[in-house]
Design a protein around this ligand. Structure first.
Ligand code: ZN
Ligand code: ZN
Length: 240
Protein backbone atom coordinates (compact mmCIF):
# COMPACT_ATOMS: atom_id res chain seq x y z
CA UNK A 1 0.00 0.00 0.00
CA UNK A 2 1.34 3.46 -0.91
CA UNK A 3 1.73 5.74 2.11
CA UNK A 4 -0.48 8.80 1.59
CA UNK A 5 1.13 12.27 1.46
CA UNK A 6 -1.21 13.23 4.30
CA UNK A 7 0.69 10.87 6.62
CA UNK A 8 3.92 12.82 6.01
CA UNK A 9 2.07 16.13 6.47
CA UNK A 10 0.91 14.89 9.86
CA UNK A 11 4.36 13.61 10.82
CA UNK A 12 6.00 16.92 9.85
CA UNK A 13 3.30 18.97 11.56
CA UNK A 14 3.09 17.16 14.92
CA UNK A 15 6.21 18.77 16.47
CA UNK A 16 4.77 22.28 15.88
CA UNK A 17 2.88 23.96 18.74
CA UNK A 18 -0.90 23.45 18.72
CA UNK A 19 -3.27 20.90 17.19
CA UNK A 20 -1.67 19.38 14.09
CA UNK A 21 -4.94 19.15 12.18
CA UNK A 22 -5.86 22.77 12.96
CA UNK A 23 -2.39 23.87 11.79
CA UNK A 24 -2.64 21.95 8.52
CA UNK A 25 -6.13 23.36 7.93
CA UNK A 26 -4.87 26.89 8.54
CA UNK A 27 -2.31 26.31 5.82
CA UNK A 28 -5.07 24.99 3.56
CA UNK A 29 -7.29 28.03 4.26
CA UNK A 30 -4.41 30.27 3.14
CA UNK A 31 -4.02 28.22 -0.02
CA UNK A 32 -7.78 28.27 -0.71
CA UNK A 33 -7.93 32.05 -0.28
CA UNK A 34 -4.92 32.46 -2.56
CA UNK A 35 -6.51 30.24 -5.19
CA UNK A 36 -9.79 32.16 -4.95
CA UNK A 37 -8.11 35.50 -5.49
CA UNK A 38 -5.52 34.55 -8.07
CA UNK A 39 -6.88 31.55 -9.99
CA UNK A 40 -10.65 31.31 -9.68
CA UNK A 41 -11.73 34.94 -9.54
CA UNK A 42 -13.38 34.61 -12.98
CA UNK A 43 -14.74 31.08 -12.46
CA UNK A 44 -18.54 30.95 -12.91
CA UNK A 45 -18.86 28.21 -10.23
CA UNK A 46 -17.08 30.44 -7.72
CA UNK A 47 -19.37 33.37 -8.60
CA UNK A 48 -22.38 31.11 -8.15
CA UNK A 49 -21.05 30.00 -4.75
CA UNK A 50 -20.51 33.65 -3.70
CA UNK A 51 -24.07 34.47 -4.74
CA UNK A 52 -25.59 31.51 -2.93
CA UNK A 53 -23.56 31.99 0.32
CA UNK A 54 -23.84 35.83 0.05
CA UNK A 55 -20.01 35.94 0.23
CA UNK A 56 -18.08 33.70 2.65
CA UNK A 57 -18.79 32.86 6.31
CA UNK A 58 -17.82 35.57 8.81
CA UNK A 59 -14.49 34.00 9.77
CA UNK A 60 -13.28 33.42 6.22
CA UNK A 61 -14.57 36.80 5.01
CA UNK A 62 -12.29 38.60 7.46
CA UNK A 63 -9.42 36.25 6.69
CA UNK A 64 -9.88 37.12 3.03
CA UNK A 65 -9.46 40.82 3.85
CA UNK A 66 -6.38 40.20 5.98
CA UNK A 67 -4.94 37.75 3.50
CA UNK A 68 -3.84 39.87 0.62
CA UNK A 69 -3.84 43.18 -1.11
CA UNK A 70 -5.79 41.87 -4.10
CA UNK A 71 -8.61 44.39 -3.75
CA UNK A 72 -9.74 44.01 -7.36
CA UNK A 73 -10.39 40.26 -7.01
CA UNK A 74 -12.36 40.84 -3.79
CA UNK A 75 -14.41 43.55 -5.53
CA UNK A 76 -15.21 41.22 -8.45
CA UNK A 77 -16.35 38.36 -6.18
CA UNK A 78 -18.42 40.62 -3.94
CA UNK A 79 -20.03 42.38 -6.90
CA UNK A 80 -21.70 39.02 -7.63
CA UNK A 81 -22.75 38.54 -3.98
CA UNK A 82 -24.16 42.07 -3.60
CA UNK A 83 -25.98 41.74 -6.95
CA UNK A 84 -27.65 38.58 -5.66
CA UNK A 85 -28.80 40.33 -2.47
CA UNK A 86 -30.22 43.22 -4.54
CA UNK A 87 -32.09 40.80 -6.80
CA UNK A 88 -33.76 39.22 -3.78
CA UNK A 89 -34.80 42.69 -2.56
CA UNK A 90 -36.22 43.75 -5.94
CA UNK A 91 -39.79 45.17 -5.60
CA UNK A 92 -42.58 43.12 -7.16
CA UNK A 93 -40.49 40.01 -7.41
CA UNK A 94 -42.29 36.69 -7.41
CA UNK A 95 -41.86 34.79 -4.10
CA UNK A 96 -42.07 31.49 -5.97
CA UNK A 97 -38.99 32.53 -7.93
CA UNK A 98 -37.12 33.24 -4.72
CA UNK A 99 -38.04 36.91 -4.36
CA UNK A 100 -39.36 38.67 -1.31
CA UNK A 101 -42.57 40.57 -2.11
CA UNK A 102 -45.97 38.96 -2.21
CA UNK A 103 -48.53 39.76 -4.90
CA UNK A 104 -51.82 41.33 -3.73
CA UNK A 105 -50.24 43.16 -0.77
CA UNK A 106 -50.01 46.52 -2.49
CA UNK A 107 -46.29 46.07 -2.97
CA UNK A 108 -45.76 45.82 0.81
CA UNK A 109 -42.68 43.70 1.54
CA UNK A 110 -43.16 40.40 3.33
CA UNK A 111 -40.29 40.97 5.76
CA UNK A 112 -40.17 37.45 7.19
CA UNK A 113 -40.09 35.87 3.74
CA UNK A 114 -37.41 38.32 2.64
CA UNK A 115 -35.29 37.40 5.64
CA UNK A 116 -35.64 33.71 4.75
CA UNK A 117 -34.68 34.37 1.14
CA UNK A 118 -31.58 36.24 2.27
CA UNK A 119 -30.31 33.22 4.24
CA UNK A 120 -27.27 31.51 2.68
CA UNK A 121 -28.39 28.84 0.23
CA UNK A 122 -25.17 26.84 0.57
CA UNK A 123 -22.06 26.38 2.72
CA UNK A 124 -19.14 28.84 2.56
CA UNK A 125 -16.77 27.82 -0.22
CA UNK A 126 -13.70 27.79 2.05
CA UNK A 127 -15.51 25.90 4.85
CA UNK A 128 -16.54 23.34 2.24
CA UNK A 129 -13.01 22.88 0.91
CA UNK A 130 -11.37 22.58 4.31
CA UNK A 131 -14.13 20.21 5.42
CA UNK A 132 -12.94 17.78 2.74
CA UNK A 133 -9.27 17.98 3.77
CA UNK A 134 -10.20 17.81 7.46
CA UNK A 135 -12.01 14.50 6.89
CA UNK A 136 -8.95 13.21 5.05
CA UNK A 137 -6.51 14.26 7.85
CA UNK A 138 -8.69 12.67 10.52
CA UNK A 139 -9.05 9.45 8.53
CA UNK A 140 -5.28 9.07 7.92
CA UNK A 141 -4.44 10.11 11.50
CA UNK A 142 -6.67 7.32 12.86
CA UNK A 143 -5.50 4.82 10.28
CA UNK A 144 -1.84 5.34 11.34
CA UNK A 145 -2.39 5.40 15.11
CA UNK A 146 -0.58 2.05 15.34
CA UNK A 147 2.37 3.36 13.32
CA UNK A 148 5.35 3.79 15.67
CA UNK A 149 6.59 7.05 14.16
CA UNK A 150 3.19 8.74 14.17
CA UNK A 151 2.40 7.44 17.64
CA UNK A 152 5.67 8.78 19.04
CA UNK A 153 5.22 12.16 17.35
CA UNK A 154 1.64 12.36 18.68
CA UNK A 155 2.77 11.47 22.21
CA UNK A 156 5.42 14.23 22.15
CA UNK A 157 3.01 16.81 20.66
CA UNK A 158 0.49 19.28 22.10
CA UNK A 159 -2.24 16.78 21.13
CA UNK A 160 -5.42 17.32 19.15
CA UNK A 161 -7.84 20.10 20.00
CA UNK A 162 -11.15 18.98 21.51
CA UNK A 163 -13.20 19.35 18.27
CA UNK A 164 -10.65 17.26 16.35
CA UNK A 165 -10.33 14.72 19.15
CA UNK A 166 -14.13 14.25 18.99
CA UNK A 167 -13.91 13.76 15.23
CA UNK A 168 -11.06 11.26 15.65
CA UNK A 169 -13.03 9.29 18.28
CA UNK A 170 -15.86 9.02 15.78
CA UNK A 171 -13.49 7.84 13.03
CA UNK A 172 -11.47 5.10 14.72
CA UNK A 173 -12.28 1.76 13.21
CA UNK A 174 -11.01 -0.70 15.84
CA UNK A 175 -10.32 -1.07 19.56
CA UNK A 176 -6.53 -0.75 19.26
CA UNK A 177 -6.85 2.61 17.47
CA UNK A 178 -9.40 3.83 20.04
CA UNK A 179 -7.18 2.79 22.96
CA UNK A 180 -4.07 4.52 21.54
CA UNK A 181 -6.03 7.68 20.82
CA UNK A 182 -7.56 7.80 24.30
CA UNK A 183 -4.39 6.94 26.21
CA UNK A 184 -2.16 9.44 24.38
CA UNK A 185 -4.65 12.30 24.38
CA UNK A 186 -5.56 11.82 28.06
CA UNK A 187 -1.84 11.88 29.03
CA UNK A 188 -1.35 15.14 27.08
CA UNK A 189 -4.36 16.79 28.74
CA UNK A 190 -3.24 15.62 32.20
CA UNK A 191 0.05 17.42 31.61
CA UNK A 192 -1.83 20.54 30.53
CA UNK A 193 -4.01 20.31 33.64
CA UNK A 194 -0.91 20.05 35.84
CA UNK A 195 0.53 23.14 34.12
CA UNK A 196 -2.68 25.08 34.81
CA UNK A 197 -2.48 24.12 38.48
CA UNK A 198 1.20 25.12 38.63
CA UNK A 199 0.38 28.42 36.93
CA UNK A 200 -2.24 29.18 39.55
CA UNK A 201 0.17 28.25 42.37
CA UNK A 202 2.93 30.40 40.86
CA UNK A 203 0.59 33.38 41.02
CA UNK A 204 0.43 33.08 44.80
CA UNK A 205 2.04 36.21 46.34
CA UNK A 206 4.54 34.02 48.22
CA UNK A 207 5.94 32.67 44.94
CA UNK A 208 5.58 35.75 42.78
CA UNK A 209 9.39 36.17 42.54
CA UNK A 210 9.96 32.64 41.22
CA UNK A 211 10.60 32.21 37.52
CA UNK A 212 7.76 30.64 35.46
CA UNK A 213 8.49 27.46 33.53
CA UNK A 214 6.46 25.63 30.87
CA UNK A 215 3.29 26.46 32.83
CA UNK A 216 3.65 30.15 31.88
CA UNK A 217 1.46 29.96 28.78
CA UNK A 218 -0.75 27.05 29.92
CA UNK A 219 -3.81 29.33 30.15
CA UNK A 220 -3.39 30.32 26.51
CA UNK A 221 -2.77 26.72 25.40
CA UNK A 222 -5.85 25.50 27.29
CA UNK A 223 -8.06 27.94 25.38
CA UNK A 224 -6.65 26.81 22.02
CA UNK A 225 -6.87 23.12 22.87
CA UNK A 226 -10.51 23.27 23.92
CA UNK A 227 -11.79 25.68 21.26
CA UNK A 228 -9.53 24.63 18.37
CA UNK A 229 -6.82 26.92 17.01
CA UNK A 230 -7.72 30.42 15.90
CA UNK A 231 -9.19 30.88 12.44
CA UNK A 232 -9.92 27.22 11.68
CA UNK A 233 -13.57 26.90 12.52
CA UNK A 234 -15.69 29.13 10.33
CA UNK A 235 -19.36 29.69 10.94
CA UNK A 236 -20.81 27.11 8.63
CA UNK A 237 -22.23 23.72 9.73
CA UNK A 238 -18.95 21.75 9.77
CA UNK A 239 -17.74 23.89 12.62
CA UNK A 240 -20.73 24.32 14.86
ZN1 ZN B 1 -7.70 21.00 15.88
ZN1 ZN C 1 -16.07 29.61 5.93
Amino acid sequence: MVTPVTYFDLLDGLPQPGCVICNLLRRNVDRSLDALLYEYVGDPDVHRAFRRRRGLCNEHSWQLLRHTGNALAIAVLYEAAVDEVLKILEPGADPQAGRGRLPGTGGKPNAGLLADRLEPAETCLVCRQIGVSEAQYIRVFCQYLQDDKLKEAYRASDGLCLPHFRQALRSVSDTAQAESLLAIQAAIWKKLYAHLQQFREMNDYRRIMEKMGAEGDSWRRAVGRLAGEEGVFGLDPRSS
